[in-house]
Design a protein around this ligand. Structure first.
Ligand code: NAP
Ligand code: MG
Length: 490
């Protein structure tokens, strides 16, 4: 395996102030290959002391990093992107094993992470000040964008490399420094390899630091740390609420990318076979374990029989297995607890009258692509984020009902619809309440330069991508310059 032949000085280490070091918070944890359970490496457990050291390093590096020319900051980001190009196979292999994804997802993740770096490199030279009018004669008003300072980045396990990079790259581009806490299922591609890439590319000490350990200890401590200015969190809405409370109490800037409950709507004029292909991809890719997975298939009655049969047939044809060795459609789900949680959502819905059309079984962590019919609002599969390859179908009689159901959820990350009439699709999309809506494509889309993010329980703070990153990773400062004498009554 490629990563075993590489230097692994990062294995089991924290990355603080430009060097790899042991954690002093306890025995290292194991990093497991999800498909086989075999050990890939270990991760250090950071203590409060280690975290303090990381935050101090980020704090002291920040002014110098921000003072460098944009060219230097952009150059580092491009160098990391180039290093990723050279090590693309090694990185993809690590993602396959550590996240349990097929190679296509892993390659996508490497490529998309490079795009984040190139986009952010361009951001480094964007205008970060405006001259705005003043009511007072002789006054010059300058509104500058300045770095937020030290950014704590907390990431989930499903797309660990890209979800780290999409925050780290723009944060660094705009003169911030970073302390990253990756998920404990994926500390290698979510943290250790990221540190290694930046280190190899010549990152100055302290601008990026990686601390590993549990969310309950290290994550909370980072969110509460008095010398961290901002928390950029990607993960569940449940943990997001907790971080919001902790970070809010500490009066930090907060940016939250949270869970979803995406609808994939099939209108009655859709090409059903194409819709079933896109719907199957939306629910089953990477075992259904993304925030932008289609969690509800809302289908108009006149095409429901055909759609149900077509998506079930696609599910039946899919293969499930070890993505490192075999050519499979999907790999294992991340853990037994995630599997049991998703299976309980299925069982609970069956008890309330839902019906399995295809799948519904598993072998270890290998969960069969599953299609469930007669799912209604109020059932666990409908109301909750599933995070497994399960596609629930809800049949509706009218377009209005489809729209109402799409919008009736506390989440608002993404929705998609399939129709034979793009104009009708656009009218529908304009009435959908979510941060992203896709017509005749999957729920699962992302591009480095477009604003990605959600409303309601799906997000708080803003958006990731392009222009939106300027807003996310800077604060504003008003400087005024009075060029004529002013007179006050004292
Ligand atoms: P999670 O359980 O919320 O964990 C995310 C991160 O937070 C992990 O690093 C975790 O550390 C840490 N954490 C856990 N409890 C914490 C606490 N009390 N304080 C501070 N940090 C804490 O999410 P996940 O299971 O890894 O990922 C799945 C979720 O992420 C889904 O809900 C999905 O929709 C969401 N997601 C959203 C987006 C988006 O862009 N909107 C993208 C991807 C995923 P440990 O791993 O050590 O517990
Ligand atoms: Mg979790």
């Amino acid at each position: 395996m490629a990563i075993e032949t590489e230097r692994r000085r990062w294995d089991g280490k924290l990355y603080i102030d430009g060097s790899f070091s042991d954690g002093s918070g306890g025995e290292p944890g194991g990093v497991l290959e999800k498909a086989t359970g075999s050990r890939l490496g270990s991760y250090a457990v950071a203590s409060g002391e280690d975290l303090d050291r990381a935050v101090r390093a980020a704090r002291s590096a920040q002014p110098g990093w921000a003072a460098r020319s944009y060219e230097e900051r952009a150059l580092l980001l491009r160098q990391v992107a180039r290093a990723m190009e050279e090590r693309a196979d090694e990185l993809a292999d690590a993602i396959v094993r550590e996240t349990g994804s097929i190679r296509g997802k892993a390659q996508y993740e490497v490529h998309a992470s490079q795009n984040e770096l190139y986009e952010a490199a361009g951001l480094a030279s964007r205008a970060t000040a405006q001259i705005v009018p003043s009511a007072n004669t002789g006054k010059l008003n300058i509104v500058q964008r300045i770095p937020v300072g030290v950014v704590g980045v907390i990431t989930p396990w499903n797309f660990p490399l890209i979800l780290g990079m999409r925050a780290i790259a723009p944060a660094l581009a705009l003169g911030n420094t970073v302390v990253l806490k990756p998920a404990s299922y994926t500390p290698m591609t979510g943290g250790q390899l990221l540190a290694d890439l930046f280190e190899t590319a010549g990152a100055p000490a302290g601008i990026i630091n990686v601390v590993t350990g549990s969310g309950a200890d290290v994550g909370v401590a980072l969110a509460a740390h008095p010398d961290v200015d901002m928390i950029h969190f990607t993960g569940s809405s449940e943990v997001g609420r907790e971080i919001g409370a902790v970070g809010g109490r500490a009066l930090k800037k907060l940016s939250m990318e949270l869970g979803g409950n995406a609808a994939f709507v099939v209108l009655d004029d859709a090409d059903v076979d194409l819709a079933s292909m896109v719907g199957a991809w939306s629910s089953f890719h990477y075992q259904g374990q993304t925030c932008i997975t289609a969690n509800r298939h809302i289908v108009m009655r006149s095409v429901a029989d055909a759609y149900r049969a077509a998506i079930a047939e696609r599910a039946r044809r899919m293969t499930v297995g070890d993505p490192a060795g075999d050519d499979v459609s999907i790999g294992p789900v991340i853990s037994e607890s995630q599997r049991d949680r998703a299976h309980a959502l299925l069982q609970g819905s069956l008890e309330q009258g839902a019906r399995i059309v295809e799948g519904g079984t598993y072998d270890g962590l290998f969960y069969r692509p599953t299609v469930v019919d007669e799912v209604r609002p109020g059932m666990p599969l409908y109301d909750q984020e599933i995070f497994a390859p399960i596609a629930p179908i809800t049949v509706v009689d009218t377009e209005e009902e489809a729209l109402r159901l799409t919008n009736e959820t506390p989440y608002g990350l993404v929705n998609a619809l399939y129709t034979g009439d793009l104009d009708r699709g656009l009218r529908f999309a304009e009435r959908v309440r979510s941060g992203m809506v896709h017509i005749n494509d999957s729920t699962a889309l992302d591009e480095a330069h477009v604003p990605f993010g959600g409303l309601g329980a799906s997000g708080m703070g803003g958006r990731s991508g392009g222009e939106a990153n300027l807003e996310e990773f800077t604060e504003r400062r008003w400087i005024s310059l009075q060029r004529t004498t002013v007179h006050y009554p004292y």
